[in-house]
Design a protein around this ligand. Structure first.
Ligand code: IPM
Ligand code: MG
Length: 357
């Protein structure tokens, strides 16, 4: 089994280093897994003038799974769009056809007070956002800049979804719901957008094939409100690329910190890219302050989904639960007065917990 490692920018290298220590422990126990790193994002731009260098893409293609840190940083903000770190990530998702983005938001009981929401609103939270990842306004053509009829400069983007694109992501949503609480909420903006009207029709039609799943529909503005009003009403949410981007950041606060949320981006054959949903946090970079748990939890998902080793994924997740129960806290999940540890010390704690398991 080969894992491609793309540390990326900002805190990316630091948090990925902690996940690699977890891999080391497993390898020491005899697990046959190799890793190979390559530059990506701003680091790709620095190394090869391209946020997704050809060699990095080749490595990602050849690997069984990919673990990524984060991309982006102020140094790259003024580059033309196609050279920006984010474009490397978007191209990687598109080129590998990683259309299904799973973003679980679980509140570990020890972190109930770390959320900005009241503990009783978030306690016991366990939801999954299934976000379509290779379509929508993110990739729609035409897009660009032009002069409008009045002679003013304008920017424009195109939102679109085809029926097959909607069906394949909806299936992922229905399947996920079937294995969990059997409730699927499809989020759209069908009161305004044609794309969403087709989305809703298509998801509704597919529901006939999943009689055991209760399907509901919600407009995205209402969903944003319901997520903070009563998040536990949700089981699985399925939505498009842009709505999913926004709602998953919102959902991360329900889990105490954006530093806790892993993600999997899967193709039709379960090959995947795994990354924390947070960004490169340039202000924290190099300071040993970032929370590595979202990356370590992403590694757990990698073993579960792409390497068919749910047992290893379970062990990694159990180790994370244990360090939280032991009271280890990085700054983002610490309450006032609680002792704060650094990125590496959090890695130490996970490694120790894993060794004991
Ligand atoms: C995410 C990020 C990316 C996205 C950016 C970095 C392009 O926000 O993974 O949610 O918008 O998809
Ligand atoms: Mg995002």
């Amino acid at each position: 089994m080969k894992i491609a490692i793309l540390p990326g920018d900002g805190i990316g290298p630091e948090i990925v280093a902690q996940a690699l220590r977890v891999v080391e422990v497993l390898r020491g126990e005899g697990l046959a897994v190799t890793t190979e790193s390559a530059p990506m994002g701003g680091a790709g731009h620095d190394a090869a003038g391209d946020p997704l260098p050809e060699a990095t893409l080749a490595l990602a293609r050849s690997a069984d799974a990919i673990l990524m840190g984060a991309v982006g940083g102020p140094k790259y903000d003024t580059l033309p769009r196609e050279k920006r770190p984010e474009q490397g990530l978007l191209r990687l998702r598109k080129d590998l056809a990683l259309f299904a983005n799973l973003r679980p938001a679980i509140l570990y009981p020890e972190l109930a007070a770390a959320s900005t929401l009241k503990p009783e609103v978030v306690a016991g939270l366990d939801i999954v956002i299934v976000r379509e990842l290779t379509g929508d306004i993110y990739f729609g053509q035409p897009r660009g800049r032009r002069k409008n009829a009045a002679g003013d400069d304008e920017g424009f983007d195109t939102m679109h979804y085809s029926v097959p694109e909607i069906e394949r992501i909806a299936r992922v949503g229905f399947e996920a719901a079937r294995k969990r609480g059997k409730k699927l909420c499809s989020v759209d903006k069908a009161n305004v957008l044609d794309t969403s009207i087709l989305w809703r029709e298509t998801v509704t039609r597919l529901a006939a094939q999943y009689p055991e799943v209760a399907l509901s529909h919600m407009y995205v503005d209402n969903a944003a409100m319901q997520l903070v009003r009563n998040p536990k009403q949700f089981d699985v949410i399925v939505t498009g690329n842009m709505f999913g981007d926004i709602l998953s950041d919102e959902a991360s606060m329900l889990a105490g910190s954006i530093g806790m949320l892993p993600s999997a981006s899967l193709d039709a054959r379960q090959k995947g890219l795994y990354e924390p949903i947070h960004g490169s946090a340039p202000d924290l970079a190099g300071r040993d302050q970032a929370n590595p748990l979202a990356t370590i939890l992403s590694l757990a998902m990698l073993f579960r989904y792409s390497l068919a080793r749910a047992d290893v994924g379970d062990r990694i997740e159990a180790a994370v639960r244990k360090v939280l129960a032991q009271g280890h806290r990085t700054g983002d999940i610490a309450l006032p007065g609680e002792q704060v540890i650094g990125t590496r010390a959090m890695g130490d704690a996970v490694v120790a917990a894993l060794r004991d398991s």
